[in-house]
Design a protein around this ligand. Sequence first.
Ligand code: SF4
Ligand code: SF4
Length: 111
Amino acid sequence: MAQNGLLINYQYCTGCHSCEVACQMEHKLPVDQWGIKLAEIGPWQISEEKWQYEFIPIPTDQCDLCADRVAKGKKPTCVKHCQSLVMEYGPVEELAKKINGQPKMVLFAPK
Ligand code: SF4
Ligand code: SF4
């Protein structure tokens, strides 16, 4: 069976935290634990016109790729609730092909 994962295009992440909250509620996690957690990098100035400033959602070991939802034919809840369409769920091999040429994509492929 194909291994599935999450493709995260953090170029479009606004830092809204909706994925974190949706995941916590779906999996009934306590307030200090996350299935996905937002990291903030920067801001710092790189050059006169350029700043480093990113939001990056990072899945944790508590992410099960929303196995119960997916078994019912639904999308993972973080994918569903991201208004910026940052995340995509699917077979790792297909997702990996989409990284080509994209500067700010990461692929989460848990076993
Ligand atoms: S990945 Fe989407 S839902 Fe999560 S913080 Fe970024 S914009 Fe918001
Ligand atoms: S796929 Fe499901 S369990 Fe994993 S981070 Fe997204 S909402 Fe949480």
